[in-house]
Design a protein around this ligand. Structure first.
Ligand SMILES: Cc1cc2nc3c(=O)[nH]c(=O)nc-3n(C[C@H](O)[C@H](O)[C@H](O)COP(=O)(O)OP(=O)(O)OC[C@H]3O[C@@H](n4cnc5c(N)ncnc54)[C@H](O)[C@@H]3O)c2cc1C
Length: 520
């Protein structure tokens, strides 16, 4: 049986859940989510959510830090919305019972993270996303007008008369079904799985970006990927994020000699923006030929275990004591700054389709995201997109900052084998990773174009498509869009670093790379 609601939400992370709660006051909401409903980047968020609620803080200061991290490409109007509405919506989370950590006097205990000029990050120990999701799920479950369908893998957007009118999805038995609605929200999260090394869970395969692009929606800023510097790297153990809040509390990056090294490469030292710390680590590892480590040996073990229980447990599982051992770390793909381009209300360039959260490119992050601003973005823009969906707002002129196009796609009649996910992820890590150059990017684009063409042929030939085949097709599509944008941007800025163009170039590149598919 097919599914119908007034509103359709794809994804059950912070953006999808916050939107569903706002939409349910106005109509029947169907949430489609492809795995266990709790499986999302949101559930893994550790450090916290930023909001200008502290006594020494202001929305102006939060905006200033966000713009500085974004390295010249933030949209000031979007940042203003984020920090202003953000304070209000985070206060609402407190009212809804989210148990943020508090000081002994009952005041919220704000944490410090890199590139924030004050302590601004609300947190629930080191599992903030899980706690926020708990509170949102409690409200969603109690709402009679929200229906959640899990194991519902959305595979394409349905476009009729130039607008999105619903989606097709595969249910848990693999049957292809249709869901239609007045308005559809993509809240499908990030795309870390495009890279071999990532902090993201298995669901983060960029499906929303791939589906929106194929349906004709505009995508933007896809060259900007944030690589998180401190991911535990122990052979045989899962890559586990060691939150930046550790460095906020005084943790240091050291080389095999125990020497703190980041300030030799960067004047802001261990709390420099993530892209700069990541590059300092790569350079130090290349210089010494040895791994680099995170150390909290100079801090109180009792404090570390109390404040970071989840991280301590993950270290223990890998045979390490977070408080006493040097923890081997290396960078991994963590967050997508770019995505499906939207206006300030989540409206994409395709009428009827909205996007919010990590899948969207609202302009708040520019070339690099300020730590703990992404849960905030999902919360704020999930609620705003919902309000616009309820209003049935139609934008006649869709606003966009100055953009250039990515290189045009070539039409290929490829007949070669499509690689498995590992092949795509390995290529992306080696050639479209932390350090990029024209040669590697050009080679990646050529290979990915051939693989993508072959993947499309395979999809066209197959009636009952396996989820694994779709996943690979989406990884290929998103990887290709990233590689093309990275090749086009001939400068270094934020998360995008070109060894052949290591400097900023504001004259030519203070603008965005955007792409819209040419549909048949
Ligand atoms: C380890 C880790 C730590 C982090 N720590 C922080 C932090 O401390 N602070 C912070 O601000 N940010 C943090 N982030 C980033 C932040 O968690 C995410 O950016 C944010 O949670 C994204 O929320 P979302 O609602 O957009 O997407 P997600 O929470 O990722 O949810 C996406 C949903 O869409 C579903 N979905 C995807 N594709 C489909 C499909 N085809 N069909 C149906 N459903 C689909 C998924 O199953 C999932 O339910 C962290 C991320 C990671 C991975």
């Amino acid at each position: 049986m097919d599914v119908r609601g007034d509103f359709l939400v794809i994804g059950s992370g912070i953006a999808g859940l916050r939107a569903a709660l706002a939409l349910a006051d106005a109509g029947d909401v169907v949430v489609l989510t492809k795995a266990d409903p709790a499986e999302s980047n949101t559930g893994y968020a550790q450090g916290g959510i930023a909001a200008a609620l502290g006594p020494d803080d202001s929305v102006a200061l939060h905006a200033r830090d966000t713009m500085a991290a974004g390295d010249g490409l933030c949209d000031p109007a979007a940042v203003d919305v984020l920090v202003r509405d953000g304070a209000r919506y985070v206060q609402e989370l407190c009212d809804w019972g989210v148990a943020f950590d508090r000081a002994p006097n009952g005041d919220i205990a704000f944490a410090r993270e890199a590139a924030h000029s004050v302590r601004r990050v609300l947190h629930a120990r080191d599992a903030t996303g899980r706690e926020i999701a708990r509170a949102l799920w409690a409200r969603v479950a109690a709402h009679p007008r929200i229906r959640v369908c899990d194991d519902a893998l959305v595979t394409s957007l349905i476009v009729r008369d130039g607008g999105c009118v619903g989606v097709t999805f595969a249910d848990r038995e693999g049957a292809v079904r249709v869901a239609d609605a007045h308005a559809t929200l993509l809240a499908t999260g990030g795309a870390g799985q495009v890279f071999r090394e990532t902090t993201n869970p298995a669901v983060a395969t960029g499906d929303g970006i791939a589906m929106a692009y194929r349906a004709g929606a505009r995508v933007r800023d896809l060259e900007f990927v944030q690589f998180h510097p401190t991911v535990m790297n122990v052979a045989g153990a899962p890559r586990f994020l060691l939150s930046e809040a550790l460095r906020g509390e005084g943790a240091r990056l050291v080389n095999a000699e125990g020497e703190a090294f980041v300030s030799r490469y960067d004047p802001d030292g261990d709390l420099a923006p993530r892209d700069r710390v990541s590059r300092a680590m790569v350079r130090e590892a290349q210089r010494t030929g040895a791994p680099v480590y995170l150390s909290v040996q100079h801090l109180s073990p009792a404090f570390i275990h109390e404040r970071f229980p989840t991280i301590a447990q993950a270290c223990r599982a890998a045979g390490l004591d977070l408080a006493r051992d040097l923890i081997p770390v290396s960078p991994a793909a963590h967050y997508m700054m770019g995505g499906v381009a939207t206006d300030l209300f989540g409206q994409t360039s395709l009428p009827g389709l909205f996007a919010a959260g990590e899948v969207a490119c609202t302009g708040v992050h520019g070339a690099n995201r300020l730590a703990s601003n992404s849960l905030l973005e999902g919360l704020v823009f999930g609620a705003r997109a919902a309000a616009a969906m309820v209003d049935g707002r139609e934008v006649s002129v869709w606003p966009e900052p100055p953009c250039v196009s990515a290189p045009a796609a070539r039409t290929l009649g490829a007949d070669e084998a499509v690689p498995d996910d590992a092949g795509v992820r390995d290529l992306m890590w080696r050639q479209v990773g932390l350090l990029r150059d024209a040669e590697g990017l050009q080679s990646a684009v050529s290979t990915l174009e051939r693989w993508e063409a072959a993947s499309q042929q395979r999809l066209a030939r197959t009636v009952q498509v396996e989820p694994a085949v779709r996943r690979t097709a989406n990884l290929l599509m998103v990887g290709l869009l990233m590689a093309r944008a990275a090749l086009r941007r001939q400068e270094s800025r934020g998360g995008h670093f070109r060894t052949d163009f290591p400097a900023h170039d504001d004259v030519h590149w203070k603008r965005h790379v955007a792409e819209t598919a040419t549909l048949p």
